[in-house]
Design a binder for this molecule. Structure first.
Ligand SMILES: Nc1ncnc2c1ncn2[C@@H]1O[C@H](COP(=O)(O)OP(=O)(O)OP(=O)(O)O)[C@@H](O)[C@H]1O
Ligand SMILES: [Mg+2]
Length: 204
């Protein structure tokens, strides 16, 4: 089982949106996917509660952060992928969660404020010594997006496809879907591309 941790200390960066869409895309790709919500806000679980399909799965209760390793070990046999959502903060246990990742995905909005804030997350993943990749999130079609990609590329790899600002990402928060399950073909194509990229890193 591979483990993806979605992390960014900045609030609203797009962690939960990325986590749920990657989890759905991986499920549609035939994977047995487990989602864990380590954010006390519980947004990933709230989305999942409004969902009907069996995959991705969630546990009856999410583990306390200290029990994450045990939960991951227990899930090994049953799942191909675990996608973990984390809070917009740096609680003490975050280092342990990052260290459990095969890949940390870091969503970043292309704004100067968000770029400034991402330094703390980069430092945390570097301390954990795990592979990571940025995904530009909620991107407008504007010069600022390309500039942000250039800045991030100096610190690590950047997903080759941006997650654009689209109503379907927000709407599917309420319907329990992934955008790849909707008629928004453009959102679907970008999530499929991000998943293909992520899969390449996990299995490359
Ligand atoms: N690509 C997008 N297009 C449009 N809206 C988006 C997109 N990504 C996220 N959003 C919206 O922006 C808000 C923040 O996104 P999300 O909840 O994924 O961020 P987060 O990093 O998980 O936030 P928090 O730090 O509070 O956990 C949500 O209302 C979400 O619906
Ligand atoms: Mg969230």
């Amino acid at each position: 089982m591979k483990t993806i941790v979605v992390a960014a200390q900045k609030g609203g960066a797009g962690k939960t949106t990325l986590a749920r869409n990657i989890a759905v895309a991986a499920s549609q790709d035939g994977g047995r996917v487990l989602c864990l919500d380590l954010d006390p806000q519980g947004s990933l679980r709230a989305w999942w509660e409004s969902r009907e399909a069996d995959m991705p799965a969630m546990l009856e209760r999410d583990p306390a952060p200290e029990a994450l390793r045990t939960t991951l070990t227990a899930a090994q046999a049953q799942f191909d992928l675990c996608v973990i959502d984390t809070p917009p903060a740096a609680p003490e246990w975050l280092a342990g969660a990052l260290a459990a990742a095969d890949l940390v995905l870091i969503p970043v909005r292309p704004s100067p404020d968000d770029l400034r804030a991402v330094g703390a997350t980069i430092a945390a993943v570097n301390r954990a010594r795990v592979p990571f990749a940025f995904a530009l999130s909620q991107t407008p079609r504007a010069k600022i997006t390309d500039e942000a990609a250039r800045v991030l590329a100096q610190h690590g790899r950047v997903a080759p496809v941006n997650i654009a600002q689209r109503v379907s990402y927000a709407e599917t928060g309420a319907t329990g879907q992934g955008v790849t399950e909707t008629s928004d073909d453009r959102a679907s194509a970008e999530i499929t591309a991000v998943w293909t990229y992520v899969k390449g890193i996990l299995h490359g």
